[in-house]
Design a protein around this ligand. Structure first.
Ligand SMILES: *Cc1c(COP(=O)(O)O)cnc(C)c1O
Length: 348
């Protein structure tokens, strides 16, 4: 039996069209600027995001790190949401590798930061203080449940940062999910940010990679930093080719993942013992809580039934993607019902 793997949308496999494009890709040494397939993907990404230039990186984590290294210098402080991937899930790279101090501002349930709290966190001039060098946003917001920032919400934080001469980086690992949800061109969601990155290896189903975009000058400097962290790859058109197919064929279908996530959320909300509000689900990420049993046990029982999920922070996360059908969703809901029902107190 094929497992239903909803741990993440990173588990997606390349499509047959991607494998063909990879096989046929025209390549060159990208560190020398010679790989036509990488150049094409970078140009496509820059154009989609409405930025001058883009850089192909090995992962979203590398794009974010390279952005921090490019915007900041040692001893700078960056402002980031307290539930942000860049704060929680990137192995402390801003401090460990970039020498950048991290200051958090609360994320609300939608993954937003209050512009006035961002402003209050910006450092004044004082010999004791680090200098604020960057403000980071995340869209869609992973830990807040795949929630979407509107262009206005992004602009309201960017306005505050720019007023103080501070650049804004947008971690848009899943920004195409946000664009599909809002039915807006992705460039509108990235407009207020000075730099933005997105992953091709998540819902867009390519095997590897992320694109970082910004001004021509920013990307030229970012290219140096990518080299410094060992991210200069050679005949990397072999994987960039899959990213081109991602942008050409895998964006519009994200709508299907969102419909499946909503179907999943509605199904789960009807299972007694499951706590969740399906109306909070906007894109492809579903979080819920179950108090009747330890989550590690729920994860193990689901895995026995062929359903793989992730748990952390007292919650279960399920992510829909290209490998998940509506039938898989219904099977998953049935599996959760069966497992949780066995642990609920018997009604009289
Ligand atoms: C997955 C993710 C990243 C990191 O991407 P990797 O390619 O896994 O390194 C960054 N930010 C967010 C919001 C993510 O969900």
């Amino acid at each position: 039996m094929r497992p239903i793997d909803m741990r993440s949308d990173t588990v997606t496999h390349p499509t047959p069209e991607m494998r063909r494009a990879m096989y046929e890709a025209e390549v060159g040494d990208d560190v020398w600027g010679d790989d036509p397939t990488v150049i094409r993907l970078e140009e496509m990404a820059a154009q989609r995001l409405g930025k001058e230039s883009a850089l192909f990186c090995a992962s979203g984590t590398m794009s974010n790190l390279v952005a921090v290294l490019t915007h900041c210098t040692r001893g700078h402080e960056m402002i980031v949401g307290d539930r942000a991937h860049m704060f929680l899930n990137e192995a402390g790279n801003a401090s460990a590798l970039a020498g950048v101090h991290v200051r958090t501002v609360p994320n609300d349930e939608q993954g937003r930061m209050d512009p006035s709290q961002v402003e209050a966190a910006i450092r004044g001039v004082n010999i004791h203080f680090p200098r604020t060098g960057l403000v980071c946003l995340e869209n869609t917001h992973n830990q807040c449940g795949g929630t979407v920032l509107t262009p206005q919400e992004t602009a309201s934080v960017a306005e505050v940062a720019h007023h103080h001469g501070i650049p804004v980086h947008l971690d848009g690992a899943r920004i195409f999910n946000a664009a599909v949800f809002l039915r807006l061109p992705v460039a509108e969601l990235a407009e207020a940010a000075d730099s933005v990155c997105f992953c091709i290896s998540k819902g867009l189903s390519a095997p590897i990679g992320s694109l970082l975009a910004g001004t021509r000058e920013f990307i030229a400097e970012a290219r140096r930093w990518r080299q410094a962290v060992g991210g200069g790859m050679r005949q990397v058109g072999v994987i960039a080719a899959a990213g081109i197919v991602s942008l050409e064929t895998m964006v519009d279908r994200l709508e299907e993942d969102h419909q499946n996530a909503y179907r999943l959320a509605q199904g789960l909300a009807n299972v007694s013992g499951v706590e969740m509000d399906p109306e909070r689900v906007q894109t492809n990420i579903v979080f819920f809580q179950v108090s009747a049993m330890p989550l590690a046990e729920l994860v193990a029982r689901l895995e026995e039934r062929g359903v793989k999920v992730w748990s952390g922070g007292g919650r279960i996360r399920m992510v829909t993607h290209h490998g998940i059908t509506a039938d898989d969703v219904d099977e998953t809901v049935a599996a959760v019902r069966e497992v949780v029902a066995g642990r609920l107190p018997k009604s009289p």
